[in-house]
Design a protein around this ligand. Structure first.
Ligand SMILES: CC(C)(COP(=O)(O)OP(=O)(O)OC[C@H]1O[C@@H](n2cnc3c(N)ncnc32)[C@H](O)[C@@H]1OP(=O)(O)O)[C@@H](O)C(=O)NCCC(=O)NCCS
Length: 166
């Protein structure tokens, strides 16, 4: 089950991120940062345990970023990451963002969901503020990928494509 994160999920979200950030697979986030942005996070829950997370972060100009996608290593390759990104796409569509992007090493996952590689320089400058805390800030090897979002009105007129409600 995927749900919006609650305040008391912050420590579990930190653990999921920390595990991967320690091996430089993703950007580290502090507990304060997670707590201050908890409303942006989704949690994938299995038998009452949070086994995956990701966040949506608005960047202005109709753009929204998928951030902090992390799945517990005991649950890799079971579709958890895909389900979280699919929810992000649905949620971003509901909010009527125009495009969703990510900076990632997990190219195949995002490519399967319709994201395409773009030049990082095409992304708004404001996203680079996060890089100031990254150990790889001078040699960033993440790939930028972006996907257009359907207009909500178009989806509602397509009976096969239901939007989740929160
Ligand atoms: C990347 C990550 C989120 C994938 O989570 P997941 O739940 O295992 O992903 P899924 O099961 O939905 O996999 C979807 C597809 O992604 C690709 N993929 C996932 N993990 C992969 C890996 N280790 N190597 C190659 N391809 C991989 C595959 O194409 C996979 O489809 P398949 O299983 O049918 O072949 C997870 O490995 C993780 O937390 N990694 C560390 C943090 C990270 O890289 N986050 C992304 C930052 S944006």
């Amino acid at each position: 089950m995927i749900r919006l994160a609650q305040a008391n999920d912050a420590k579990t979200i930190l653990e999921l991120i920390e595990f991967h950030a320690d091996s430089e697979q993703m950007l580290f986030r502090t507990l304060d940062d997670i707590r201050n942005n908890i409303q942006n996070f989704l949690v994938y829950e299995d038998a009452g345990v949070a086994i995956g997370t990701c966040a949506l972060s608005a960047c202005g100009s109709g753009l929204v970023e998928v951030r902090s996608l992390a799945v517990h290593p005991g649950h890799y390759r079971k579709g958890v990451g895909t389900a979280l990104v699919e929810h992000c796409i649905e949620r971003a569509t509901q909010i009527e963002f125009e495009k969703i992007f990510v900076l990632t090493y997990a190219l195949p996952l995002f490519a399967k969901l319709g994201f395409e590689i773009i030049d990082k320089a095409a992304l708004p400058q404001k996203i680079w503020k996060d890089c100031q805390v990254c150990r790889k800030q001078d040699h960033c090897d993440e790939t930028a990928m972006i996907r257009p979002l359907a207009r909500r009105a178009e989806l509602q007129s397509s009976p096969g494509l239901a939007l989740n409600s929160y």
